[in-house]
Design a binder for this molecule. Structure first.
Ligand code: PHE
Length: 363
């Protein structure tokens, strides 16, 4: 409780208040102490504030004098307070700089360096070939509607790829959701949602009820390409595949198409890659056999074809005006060829030594 006695507003009393305040500020040696001194000597219940409140009780002439004295006292206290605040702040900062100093010249122990997964790096590398030509990257979900994975792509209802022995269905079966078995549903998605003309590549994960061995993994990656424009022919497809092949495997590595069947392309072909090891020199040359292509000169790479007009129609595209081509290949397979990765299991086991051994393969 503040003192009950009438406040002493005499010059001597006020001088004493100032002297005590200045002594307390000077004695404070930390921000916290200064805060306490401030509350005691300049706060609402400080002698100075109480004196200030008492001014009104004085008769007129004395009131004026007392007011002036108190004003001067307050100014002196505030000045001393800010000066001390600045001093203590600077000292505390100085101390922190000393306490928190770190020696940046000390040797550090670096953790093992990581690396991007080679599949990710290769996806970027392959996508860049197309981005450089002005194509776009399209994406779609891995849990896909059965209609988009099969029906829109002209698979008949009894097509064997729909069997649960080949395709992983998401329970319950009545929902007709599959883990996409190829990236081709992104073709349908692109045609249903994009403006024409369409130039897209879609890299992504696909799922099949497959074995897990050196050349099969049940979850792998494909790169799909789709073009829909006016006047598109097989020649555009061949040129695009050759460009991708030489970008991935070097000049002179071209592709060849072998007739095949896919429900969503007509005509369809399998894409073979010229053997990037013997460049075909082993063919008919028993003296120089090639292990990579088994002296065939070509290696199977993926599938392709002219987009089946039934697919264009299912996606609402006028087949009198537009035509297109599509292709798709395995990214793991491409990595095996390109970087001599003999065992696909290395690509999924997550051993960082594998990633590191192929580090820097991209670009
Ligand atoms: N989707 C086919 C597969 O997974 C590949 C393919 C893509 C074929 C595009 C033709 C056109 O085997």
């Amino acid at each position: 409780m503040p003192s009950e006695q009438p406040a002493d507003l005499s010059p001597a009393a006020i001088d004493r208040m100032v002297a005590e305040a200045l002594a307390a500020f000077a004695a404070a040696s930390s921000g916290a102490e200064l805060k306490a001194a401030r509350a005691a000597h300049a706060g609402e219940r400080s002698p100075l504030s109480l004196a200030n409140r008492a001014i009104g009780t004085l008769p007129g002439p004395e009131r004026k004098d007392a007011g002036q004295r108190l004003g001067a006292a307050r100014a002196a206290i505030n000045t001393a307070l800010s000066a001390r605040e600045a001093e203590i702040g600077a000292a505390e900062l100085q101390q922190r700089l000393i306490d928190e100093r770190i020696d940046v010249t000390l040797p550090v122990e670096l953790g093992p360096e990581g690396a991007r997964h080679p599949i990710t790096a290769l996806i970027d590398l392959m996508s860049d070939v197309f981005l450089d030509m002005g194509w776009e990257v399209a994406e779609g979900p891995e849990a896909e509607g059965e209609w988009l994975n099969f029906d829109a792509l002209n698979f008949t209802p009894e097509h064997p790829a729909r069997f649960t022995s080949d395709t992983l269905f998401v329970a319950p079966l009545e929902n007709h959701v599959v883990l996409r078995t190829h990236t081709s549903p992104v073709q349908a998605r692109s045609m249903l949602t994009r403006e024409l003309p369409i130039y897209v590549v879609c890299p992504g994960k696909v799922y099949r009820a497959d074995e897990f061995d050196a050349t099969h993994v049940p979850v792998f990656h494909q790169l799909e390409g789709l073009v829909v424009d006016k006047g598109i022919t097989l020649a555009h497809l061949k040129g695009t595949l050759d460009h991708l092949a030489s970008s991935m495997f070097g000049d002179g590595i071209e592709t060849r198409m072998r007739p095949h069947y896919f429900p969503f392309t007509e005509p369809s072909a399998e894409v073979d890659l010229k053997c990037f090891v013997c460049h075909g020199a082993s063919v008919g040359n028993p003296d120089a056999p090639c292990r990579t292509c088994k002296s065939q000169g070509w290696i199977e790479w993926g599938g392709c074809g002219v987009v089946n007009p039934r697919v264009l129609t299912a996606c609402g595209i006028d087949t009198d005006v537009y035509s297109g081509f599509a292709f798709g290949m395995g990214i793991e397979r491409t990595l095996m060829f390109r970087n001599n990765a003999a065992d696909m299991r290395d690509m999924v086991e997550g051993d960082v030594r594998f990633s590191r051994s192929l580090k820097g393969m991209a670009r």
